[in-house]
Write a protein that binds this ligand. Structure first.
Ligand code: 4AD
Ligand code: MG
Length: 430
């Protein structure tokens, strides 16, 4: 019977075979402990000299790291390991030997590991991060499907720039100029007028010259857009969504979060209402915290966001930023047009902005004015301006950066470990 490591719990007392790789091993004269991994999980195989042939014990003792194997033996409970099960190995068959695997159990520098990202992914830590990432994606689809949203896929090759023109990746589209999408939002707004509540999940590109632990050049964004939903209701949907996926990860990735050493008590608090403070209040708070240089009208940097987030034990919404520092499509606050009905959701523990969202302008004249003010060509945006012409309604949406969320949930310091093959300022290999 061939099973995966994950299925071991259902086969206690039975003799089974797993296809796997050797992650690590320890051996003495009488016993060899094989750390096996098969993609579904990690499990120890125990080879006892007295229980197998001399040849088999000798083979087990000399298997090299990352050699692929079929291992056969009896599954038994193992209360000493977190996983809870191990295999009493009866026989080992080598599929393909691995020689001189470059990533050994000793410490390696980050650059070396990044150059070997295609192999580094096999490690227990990277495996755990990818499993948590997958769970957050799975729970995202579940949340939006359960709440009446339709998934819509916006294009990657586009002629529009929702988040400003300075960070665009240019490319040729035959004889025309085009960009790689920096956000699907404008298309999602059009889709919301067709399907009501929609969400997207796809890659986005920013030619940002930022080299921080929060910035990727290519990252994956979840972008919901909702017709007949305004600012306040959008914040409620955001807190429900973020709570749902974090609680799902806590429930379904217990082993992985333990592998990563994550303090999950902090994540358990992420339910119910999230605190909200206005940009004005945030500025006041920063002044109290001795950030004397920041003035009303300035955008926040990471140290500001971290200082604000440290005041709360849940993610916090900073709302109503100055109109001048936000995107062209954001709805001005009624009676106070110098601020917009927007919010950034700032994660605790220094992970920074994980969501940017807002209510959108639904007034044809104002939208056209804003497009022009921001130096965008109304001709190129004429399809987008059609939304305001044909039965526009109040609507709102937001974008969640998956890699920043994964960093926060896993407790990993840098977003480069939260995507399988990161694109960074100085890296497109492997
Ligand atoms: O705040 P941003 O730029 O908002 C938008 O793109 C909107 N059009 C979204 C919408 O309303 N539909 O980006 C949204 C999120 C940020 O909060 C952050 O989590 C992530 O995307 N993000 C990045 N993640 C990694 N690397 C980068 N360079 C990122 N830039 C933004
Ligand atoms: Mg933002």
């Amino acid at each position: 019977m061939k099973i995966t490591i994950k299925q071991a719990k259902d086969y206690v007392g039975q003799v089974v075979t797993i296809g796997c790789w050797l992650d690590n091993k320890r051996s003495s004269g009488k016993i060899a402990f094989l750390q096996l991994r098969d993609g579904s999980g990690f499990m120890q195989g125990v080879v006892v000299k007295a229980e197998v042939s001399e040849e088999m014990f000798d083979l087990a003792k000399h298997i090299t790291q990352e050699t692929s194997l079929y291992v056969t033996g009896e599954i038994r409970e193992d209360s000493r390991s977190k996983f809870g099960f191990e295999m009493g190995v009866q026989s080992v068959e080598v599929i393909a030997e691995a020689k001189d695997y470059p990533i050994t159990p000793k410490e390696h520098g980050t650059e070396f590991l990044m150059d070997n990202r295609h192999l580094w992914l096999r490690s227990k830590r990277q495996h755990a991060i990818m499993k948590v990432r997958n769970e957050l994606i799975r729970a995202t689809y579940e949340f939006f499907n359960d709440n009446g949203f339709t998934k819509v896929d916006p294009p990657i090759l586009t002629g529009s720039a929702p988040e400003g023109t300075t960070e665009l990746f240019h490319t040729k589209y035959f004889d025309e100029d085009a960009f790689l999408s920096q956000s699907g939002q404008l298309y999602m707004e059009a889709a919301a007028m067709a399907l009501g509540r929609v969400f997207s999940f796809g890659p986005t590109f920013r030619a940002e010259k930022s080299k921080t632990r929060r910035h990727l050049i290519e990252f994956w964004m979840i972008e919901p857009e909702m017709a007949f939903v305004q600012h306040a209701e959008s914040l409620e949907i955001q807190e429900q969504y973020v709570s749902y996926i974090i609680q799902s990860a806590l429930k379904n990735c217990e082993l992985e979060l333990d592998t990563l050493g994550r303090d999950t008590s902090k994540l358990e608090l992420v339910t119910g209402e999230f605190p909200r403070i206005t940009y004005d209040e945030a500025i006041e708070l920063l002044h109290k915290l001795d950030f004397d240089d920041i003035q009303w009208g300035d955008d926040f940097g990471s140290p500001h966001e971290t200082a604000i987030a440290n005041h709360f034990d849940k993610p916090v919404f900073i709302t109503e930023y100055p109109t001048a520092i936000k995107s062209f499509y954001m709805q001005p606050k009624p009676g106070r047009p110098e601020v917009v009905l927007c919010a950034d959701l700032i994660a605790p523990e220094g992970y920074g902005e994980i969501i940017g969202g807002s209510e959108r302008i639904h007034d044809a004249d104002l939208m056209l004015e804003r497009v022009k003010e921001h130096g965008l060509d109304p001709e190129a945006y004429s399809w987008y301006l059609d939304i305001t012409k044909y039965g526009d309604v109040p609507h709102a949406g937001f974008g969640l950066g998956l890699e920043r969320l994964v960093a926060y949930v896993t407790g990993v310091e840098h977003v480069r470990e939260t995507i399988p093959f990161p694109r960074l300022l100085n890296r497109i290999y492997p």
